[in-house]
Design a protein around this ligand. Structure first.
Ligand code: ADP
Ligand code: MG
Length: 250
C-alpha cells in the first residue's frame, strides 16, 4: 500500500472533526476529497501531514507508521502539502519566496546561516537551483523576479504548488487549489496537476468545484460531518444516493 489511513479520528473537545476514516490513495493518480464545508477535509490533511496528531487511528506510508511523526519528518519522507491560503512574503520576489520556503525545510541550522558556513552556502545555491526548476515546472519563470504582491491570485496558487514541489515529494496534498480563481485559470491548474502525475507524483486534492473533480479525479472520497460516506470513481460518486442527499441537504 502506498499511503493509507486506518480508522483515523480527530476530536476537538466535543466535536469529532474526522471520524474513523480509512482511506488509501491510488499511487500515481489524482485522488480527491470532497464534502460540504466543515466536513473535516482540511483536518484530514492536517492529520496526514503531521500538523495535527490524531485522537486515534493511524497513517501508514509505504508500510511505515508515520502517525506520530512531526511535520518536517513527514515532509522529508516525501509527503508535501499546500494550505487553503498561501501566505507569501509580499515584498519579496516570487523566486525568493520559493528559495526561503524551501530553505526552511533543509538541514542548515540558524547558526550555519549566521556564520554563513560552507554548508549553508552550498545548500543556499542548491535551494536556488531547485527554486528555479520548480518555478519553470509550474509555469512561473516569467514572473520569478516580480514581487509577490504584484502577481495574480492564480499565480499565487502556482507558487504554492512550487513550494510543495521543491521538496521532491512523492505525494502532494493540495487544499482547495482552485478556490477564488476563474474557470480558465482552473483549467490551467488542472493541467498542472496532470503534469505532476505524468512526473510520477501522486496527487490528493480537496476541491469544491464538482465539474473539475469529476473530470480530473481517478478516485474520490466523500466526507460528511467527519465521516467517509462514499468512495469510488467519479461515476460511482455521482450516482451515490448518500452523496446526492449530503449535497442537496435531502
Ligand atoms: P473542511 O476543510 O471540510 O471545511 P475542517 O477540517 O476545516 O473542514 O473542519 C472540520 C470541523 O473541525 C469544523 O467543525 C471545524 O470548525 C473544526 N475544527 C477544525 N480545526 C479545528 C481546531 N484547530 N480546533 C477546533 N475545531 C476545529
Ligand atoms: Mg478546508
Amino acid at each position: 500500500m502506498f499511503l493509507e489511513t486506518k480508522a483515523l479520528t480527530k476530536q476537538f473537545g466535543g466535536l469529532i472533526a474526522v471520524n474513523d476514516v480509512s482511506f488509501s490513495l491510488e499511487k500515481g493518480k489524482i485522488n480527491a476529497i470532497i464534502g460540504p464545508n466543515g466536513a473535516g477535509k482540511s483536518t484530514f490533511f492536517n492529520l496526514v501531514s503531521g500538523s495535527h496528531s490524531p485522537t486515534s487511528g493511524q497513517v501508514i506510508f509505504k508500510d511505515q507508521n508515520i502517525t506520530k511523526l512531526p511535520p518536517n519528518k513527514i515532509a522529508e519522507l516525501g509527503i508535501a502539502r499546500t494550505f487553503q491560503t498561501t501566505n507569501l512574503f509580499e515584498q519579496s520576489t516570487v523566486l525568493d519566496n520559493v528559495i526561503v520556503g524551501h530553505r526552511l525545510r533543509t538541514n542548515s541550522t540558524l547558526l550555519d546561516a549566521v556564520l554563513r558556513t560552507k554548508r549553508f552556502k552550498r545548500e543556499e545555491s542548491k535551494c536556488k537551483e531547485k527554486a528555479i526548476e520548480v518555478l519553470d515546472f509550474v509555469g512561473l519563470t516569467a514572473v520569478s523576479d516580480q514581487l509577490a504582491s504584484n502577481i495574480t491570485q492564480e499565480e499565487k496558487k502556482r507558487v504554492a504548488f512550487a513550494l510543495a514541489l521543491a521538496t521532491d515529494p512523492e505525494v502532494v496534498f493540495l487544499d482547495e487549489p482552485a478556490a477564488g480563481i476563474n474557470p480558465d485559470e482552473t483549467e490551467g491548474l488542472a493541467e498542472l496537476m496532470k503534469k505532476m502525475v505524468d512526473r510520477g507524483i501522486t496527487v490528493c486534492l480537496i476541491e469544491h468545484k464538482m465539474q473539475m473533480i469529476m473530470k480530473l479525479a481517478d478516485k474520490i472520497m466523500v466526507l460528511n460531518y467527519g465521516e467517509k460516506i462514499a468512495e469510488g470513481t467519479p461515476e460511482e460518486i455521482m450516482n451515490n444516493q448518500m452523496v446526492i442527499e449530503a449535497y442537496l441537504g435531502g
